[in-house]
Write a protein that binds this ligand. Structure first.
Ligand SMILES: [Zn+2]
Length: 377
């Protein structure tokens, strides 16, 4: 299936367009996408074109009645949502209404599409109400969440979406700034922005040798996954979990330093309990963040591989590991998509009450199964 409207989109977003065209073509449309980036115009236009592709009988011709209705905002199966409250963002009632609506069958099309603008304005309560539906919507429902960047969206929401980063107008300028500030070369800066999500995050990552080394270990494991034994994969998962533990220990000492500033004699029991649960939360968040970064390293490599299976000339997020991306791409689109699925599942599982070591072990074993199907016993 081709989508005329998607193919006409912005040159700058070639990577995004080819990714979406590929999902349409292979029939592997996710139930939730997070379109993120600072190019709001491109994001809005792509969301509209993708919605057309999803509801048009010709896959997004741009001229039929269905496509026209999407453009005019009058298609009953394509709903655009804005936060209802200026102060609170999305209201829980608003989200409940959306969930009820999503359970109804489409009016005209085969699918229903919900475009959630300003997804960063889904607060904890509204997001909680949405999570289950976001994870397992009716088969014919697709959510498109739009946000200025992935890291302003609640992680519980983000982890349930297929994240689609849009190129920013000044992506190379941003990489150049990070490079100038840190002494790294520009391709490295660009790759680390992709891993960390933001320029600030990339700077922090560049200043942390331990994290950089773990990243290299993960990438080199991906490169030699054919010969990696299950035991080695599990050892790598455990090493990542141990280092995430170190990160959370840093969080603990920050909290302890804060507690020490308060005269303990004056601390009521409630305040102590409060400090304790704050410490635990900070610890858990820090360690989850470290593990999510490890998963993201895998995703960036696989996303690049996927891009190469679509078009050999597409720009890569990580040019410094282009050889790895090529080797992964050589295994074929289906294989890469399967591996990406393993990584995406891990990134969602990190936010469930599961043992983190287990989540990473399972991810690495699934990656091996996906990338080297012949090795499965
Ligand atoms: Zn059409």
């Amino acid at each position: 299936m081709t989508s005329a409207v998607l193919e006409r989109g912005s040159e700058r977003q070639e990577r995004v367009r080819t990714f979406l065209l590929r999902s349409l073509g292979s029939g592997q449309v996710s139930h939730a996408y997070l379109f993120c980036g600072s190019s709001a115009g491109d994001i809005e236009a792509t969301a509209r074109a993708f919605a057309q592709a999803l509801v048009c009988p010709d896959g997004g011709c741009g001229s039929c009645g269905e496509c026209q209705r999407v453009v005019h905002g009058t298609h009953p199966d394509v709903r655009w949502l804005e936060p209802e409250s200026a102060q609170k963002g999305y209201l829980v009632e608003q989200v409940r209404g959306l969930i009820e609506d999503s359970a109804l069958t489409p009016v005209r099309a085969r699918r229903k599409v919900y475009v959630i603008r300003s997804a960063e304005r889904l607060g904890a309560q509204a997001a909680n109400a949405l999570l289950k539906t976001l994870e397992e919507p009716a088969d014919d429902v697709v959510f498109l969440l739009l946000a200025p960047s992935a890291d302003v969206v609640l992680t519980t929401v983000r982890s349930r979406c297929s994240v689609v980063p849009f190129a920013t107008a000044d992506a190379s300028a941003e990489a150049a700034r990070v490079a100038a500030a840190t002494g790294a070369d520009e391709p490295t800066a660009r790759a680390l922005i992709a891993v960390a999500g933001t320029a600030d995050g990339a700077r922090a990552l560049l200043a942390d040798d331990a994290r950089l080394q773990l990243r290299e270990r993960i990438l080199s494991m991906l490169g030699s996954i054919d010969t990696a034994s299950d035991r080695e994969l599990i050892a790598l998962a455990d090493a990542l979990v141990a280092s995430a533990g170190d990160a959370s220990a840093d969080a603990t000492s920050e909290e302890e330093a804060r507690a020490a500033e308060i005269d303990a004699d004056f601390l009521s029991r409630a305040a102590l309990k409060d400090a304790e649960s704050r410490r635990k939360r900070a610890e858990a968040a820090k360690s989850r963040q470290a593990l999510a970064e490890a998963v993201r390293v895998v995703e960036v490599a696989l996303e690049d591989a996927l891009a190469l299976t679509i078009g050999p000339d597409l720009p890569l997020l990580d040019e410094t590991h282009a050889a790895l991306a090529r080797a992964l791409a050589a295994r074929g689109t289906e294989t890469v998509l399967c591996a990406l699925d393993a990584a995406e599942r891990a990134s969602a599982d990190l936010y469930r009450p599961a043992t983190p070591a287990l989540v990473l072990q399972v991810m690495f074993l699934r990656l091996k199964e996906a990338l080297c199907p012949s090795s499965a016993q």
